[in-house]
Write a protein that binds this ligand. Structure first.
Ligand code: SF4
Length: 397
């Protein structure tokens, strides 16, 4: 979502004559789009902002904008610590970013620059903002607010624009993306409509929530090969007790049911897992390990529980760091090699590759694959996996 939000804010700067640069020394403006989901992410953004003090001192006409979730959480008080900061634009204000720029007294050069896509293959389309869940460890609902689904007409228009710009893969974005709905239309209907736009070869979505893996969605997948067979589905824990305390809205049993249904339909599943939630017993932790063994995820991103000020879980007593480290190590050992074995399991399978370079691309289940011949970027190649090298599929074509 941050990539999409950054693109949206950058488009407003391009429309005002700015051009992107990799070199901070030649920049007139720095826009820092931030994440606050973990303490560490926020610290990194603030420390970068601190380092810009010297950059601004060198040329006081330079402009610094601090945007996104950390900006939403910390607000105008940031200006007390960083008086050289010109503009704070919170995550909830993304739709008003152009207005904020125009109402500020900042120096804005005139003219328009061409909006060049970052990737010629993947275009991001936001379909909803905010979250209606109240997971006890999560700060997102308080910084992003409740769910607001964008109208399907607007989403389809945005997706069609991306397709017309040459994007072949559309990624639909939302905090609980598969909770999207509008009068008479479900997320599954939306997936079908986006995939039928001329030029769209594949549709992905980030980040889904397990409870919205519905029969309606599964049916849409069965009938529509353009819906990618990879899902990043954060499970967070394998213990019903911990899931309840996290207020995730599902039990281990429901989770396994959903995961099995996805596997049956050929999905590669990656996930996020938190270890050391304050009430996690050794038995709970073992349940997470057994879930990992049973599901064979294609990748798992594992995190030590990190309290976020203002969330209910932040009031709970933390585990000693040593236990957190030990559990994380055990889990990391368990998930080590998941990607390699997921790649090995593709041997002999037919695959459809969306080419991102003349001889490499991603399969529908999100594995990197290399073809023998060269093909136009953006074309779709149907072939078969003949061998596997670490995390690369080699194909017969
Ligand atoms: S579903 Fe839970 S973890 Fe995900 S954004 Fe919403 S509150 Fe946070």
């Amino acid at each position: 979502m941050n990539i999409a939000d950054s693109e949206e804010m950058a488009a407003h700067l391009l429309a005002r004559g700015y051009m992107p640069t990799e070199n901070l020394d030649e920049a007139d403006l720095a826009l820092i789009n931030t994440c606050t989901v973990r303490d560490h992410a926020e610290h990194r953004a603030l420390s970068f902002l601190g380092r810009l003090r010297k950059w601004k001192r060198e040329n006081p006409k330079r402009i610094i904008i601090f945007a996104g979730c950390a900006a939403q959480r910390l607000g105008e008080k940031l200006k007390k610590t960083f008086p050289y900061l010109d503009l704070v634009s919170g995550a909830k204000e993304i739709d008003r970013f152009a207005e904020l720029l125009d109402n500020s007294a900042l120096f804005i050069p005139s003219g328009t620059q061409e909006n060049k896509p970052q990737s010629s293959i993947t275009g991001y389309v936001t379909i909803m903002r905010g979250c209606d869940f109240e997971c006890s460890y999560c700060i997102v609902p308080s910084v992003r607010g409740p769910v607001q689904c964008l109208p399907s007409a607007e989403i389809l228009k945005n997706a069609a624009q991306k397709a017309a710009q040459g994007y072949k893969e559309i990624v639909l974005l939302g905090q609980t993306v598969n909770a999207w709905k509008e009068e008479g239309k479900t997320f599954a209907d939306l997936l079908n409509e986006v995939s039928s736009i001329e030029g769209v070869e594949r549709v992905r979505f980030v980040s889904p929530h397990p409870i919205f893996i519905t029969n309606d969605f599964l049916k849409a997948v069965e009938n529509n090969p353009k819906i990618a067979r990879h899902i990043h589905l954060p499970v967070q824990s394998g213990s019903t007790k911990v899931l309840q305390e996290m207020k995730r809205g599902y039990s281990r049993e429901i989770l396994l049911e959903k995961l099995d249904a996805l596997k049956k339909r050929g999905f590669a599943i990656s996930t996020d897992i938190i270890v050391g939630f304050p009430t996690e017993t050794e038995a709970d932790f073992q349940e997470t390990l057994s879930l990992v063994e049973r599901v064979h995820f294609s990748a798992a991103y594992c995190f030590k529980y990190s309290p976020r000020q203002g969330t209910p879980a932040a009031e709970m007593t933390l585990f000693p760091e040593k236990i957190l480290e030990e559990r994380l190590d055990i889990l990391l050992n368990k998930v080590k090699g998941l990607a390699e074995s997921a790649y090995r399991a593709q041997l002999g399978k037919p695959v459809q590759i969306l080419m991102e370079t003349p001889n490499k691309g991603r399969t529908s289940d999100n594995f990197w694959a290399q073809t023998q011949k060269e093909y136009p970027i953006g074309s779709v190649v149907n072939t078969e996996v003949v061998s596997v090298e670490d995390t690369l599929l080699l194909t017969r074509d």
